[in-house]
Design a protein around this ligand. Structure first.
Ligand code: 3SL
Length: 233
């Protein structure tokens, strides 16, 4: 059996464990859902960067720029972090530079991994198919400013569950995620309504985004980070 492990926050990611692994970066609400949508709707690439300055500087290199802090779009950028903005009409053929509060930072913690994929409910089935054949799988949950986000942990637990015929969990974080998933799946919407980030997004009037991010298998793609860019696999 191969191993599956989970990091509940990016800060917990251990390069020694990531080495030689296949890593899945997850920020269900909403960064990785937006990136899957962008690539699924025909964007050429998505480049996650950590600062607003770096993001803005890529405008002159032909990028669309997307920026979010605290759930809100930043003035002066082309896009925010709503996956619903990433329509084919807007993103097809485009390079998109993106900076978000957590997701674009969290992917940097995966750098020691052998390969890095982007996970969301929107591409769960395709992701599962790719992961079945891999050796050690590591899920990095983006969370919020160093704290775990329950929506990411539940998703990680679903990956643990889907891989249970080929992979065995070897840390308690993966066990926590698996147990949480088993409890949450009976009534996902009710369970998630307690999540801090769900409350934050609801306050901003973004229920449509939450509903969209919880849709399964909208895209049959598994975007992958190659050097600095997320591209279609
Ligand atoms: O932190 C992030 O990367 C974002 O996904 C947060 S938000 O959903 O845009 O508020």
């Amino acid at each position: 059996m191969n191993e599956i492990r989970v990091f509940l926050t990016p800060e917990m990611a251990n390069p020694r464990i990531l080495k030689d692994s296949t890593c899945v970066v997850v920020d269900i609400l909403r960064a990785t859902s937006s990136w899957v949508t962008a690539i699924g709707n025909g964007a050429k690439l998505v480049r996650p960067v950590t600062t607003l300055k770096e993001c803005k500087s890529l405008k002159s290199k032909g990028f669309l720029t997307a920026a979010e802090r605290g759930g809100q779009k930043i003035e002066g950028f082309d896009l925010g972090n709503s996956p619903l903005e990433y329509t084919p009409a807007i993103v097809t053929g485009k390079k998109i530079a993106v900076t978000t509060t957590n997701g674009s930072r969290s992917i940097k913690y995966a750098s020691a991994a052998k390969e890095i994929y982007i996970g969301a409910y929107l591409n769960l089935k395709a992701l599962n198919q790719v992961l079945q054949n891999k050796g050690t799988v590591v899920v990095i949950c983006s969370g919020w400013e160093g704290q775990p986000g329950i929506e990411d942990v539940i998703f990680a637990g679903e990956i643990v569950s889907l891989l249970s015929n080929t992979h065995v969990y070897t840390d308690d974080a993966a066990l926590i995620a698996f147990e949480l998933f088993k409890k949450a799946k009976q009534n996902m919407y009710f369970f998630l309504s307690q999540a801090m980030h769900v409350k934050r997004l609801l306050k901003l009037g973004l229920k449509k985004d939450i509903d969209y991010c919880l849709k399964k298998d909208v895209y049959d793609i598994v975007p992958r980070l190659i050097k600095d860019d997320i591209v279609s696999r």
